[in-house]
Design a protein around this ligand. Structure first.
Ligand code: C2E
Ligand code: MG
Ligand code: MG
Ligand code: MG
Length: 288
């Protein structure tokens, strides 16, 4: 088909683009409906203390199973939601559902929820958070919000005051995807974060990547100097885990521990394998 050339090729190309635009528009409309009906569901991925194997809590991750398309990748529908102004309603729906599900779990188990820049800057974040806590009975001291650097960049004073108000409620704040964006050291120094999450791209295959080892060790030294705890994302292998343990990274999250799972699966795991809030590593575990 490389030989086709001429007008025919452009006509074919236009038709293809048009078809893509139609599909995208259809997906946008379906997403709007799904958000309104609370069909974007919270999944939960465990975060473990690396030194003690203790379960700290779960990151809440939005999942969409479309009636005919099946599972839609989060990166795709999150991007669409951001584009068409659905990300804030999506975030609130997922948070409310997650709080309702997790309310009955062991109260020591915490939740971390992603808050998009738009949702963060809407001007009523703190009041809306309070409403969710009142509505669901979820204890704000069990909640952490995860922000990326883009959320705080445009209005620093506003970010500072919002973080203070969240702290007053007992909510903690993590800086997400650290290292991946425009990570600024002044953000870390001037905003009251409680922890940072190192982007998974620095963690995968870290045993074979000396540069990433140095970057992660550097981030840890910096964070500890500022009294921040560190979570490593994307911990996939024994070797990743061993390295993080050797450099005293506090927490880990990734396929090495568990994949994101439904609330029902979490409830089951809390009754069985994690009943002591510890990760049981038996000799039959493939990871050992
Ligand atoms: P994130 O907040 O950095 O979340 C971590 C991502 O890493 C998740 O992708 C998770 O499934 C994935 N992950 C976990 N362990 C591993 C691992 O061992 N290896 C690899 N390769 N990946 C791992 P997911 O669920 O596809 O979400 C992608 C992004 O979408 C999230 O990145 C977050 O930025 C956004 N997102 C997800 N749910 C929400 C939400 O409810 N609200 C908002 N605003 N954003 C959300
Ligand atoms: Mg996150
Ligand atoms: Mg992240
Ligand atoms: Mg990410």
């Amino acid at each position: 088909s490389a030989k086709k050339g001429g007008r025919g090729q452009f006509a074919w190309f236009d038709a293809e683009l048009e078809q893509e635009a139609r599909e995208r528009r259809a997906l946008e409309l379906d997403l709007k409906e799904a958000v309104a009906n609370d069909e974007i569901a919270p999944f939960f991925q465990p975060v473990f203390d690396i030194a003690t194997d203790r379960l700290r809590g779960f990151e809440v991750l939005a999942r969409w199973t479309h009636a005919t398309r099946g599972v839609v990748p989060p990166d795709l529908f999150i991007e669409i939601a951001e584009d068409v102004g659905l990300i804030a309603p999506l975030g609130w729906s997922v948070l409310r559902q997650a709080c309702l599900v997790a309310r009955s779990w062991d109260p020591r188990v915490r939740l971390a929820v992603n808050v998009s820049p738009t949702q963060f800057r809407d001007g009523h974040l703190v009041e809306r958070m309070k409403e969710v806590f009142e509505e669901t009975g979820f204890d704000p001291r069990r909640l952490e919000i995860e922000l990326t650097e883009t959320a705080i960049m445009s209005d620093f004073a506003m970010a500072q005051s919002t973080l203070r108000q969240l702290h007053a409620l007992g909510v903690t704040v993590a800086l997400d995807d650290f290292g991946a964006g425009f990570s600024s050291l002044s953000n870390l120094r001037q905003l009251p974060f409680d922890s940072i999450k190192i982007d998974g791209s620095f963690i995968s295959d870290i045993k074979d990547r000396p540069e990433n080892q140095r970057i992660v060790s550097g981030i840890l030294a910096l964070a500890h100097g500022l009294d921040l705890e560190v979570t490593a994302e994307g911990v996939e292998t024994d070797a990743d885990f061993d390295f993080l343990q050797s450099v005293k990274c506090e927490m880990g999250q990734g396929y090495h521990f568990a994949r994101p799972m439904s609330g029902e699966d979490v409830a089951w795991m809390l009754e069985t394998k994690w009943s002591s809030l510890r990760r049981m590593r038996s000799s039959s575990d493939p990871e050992q």
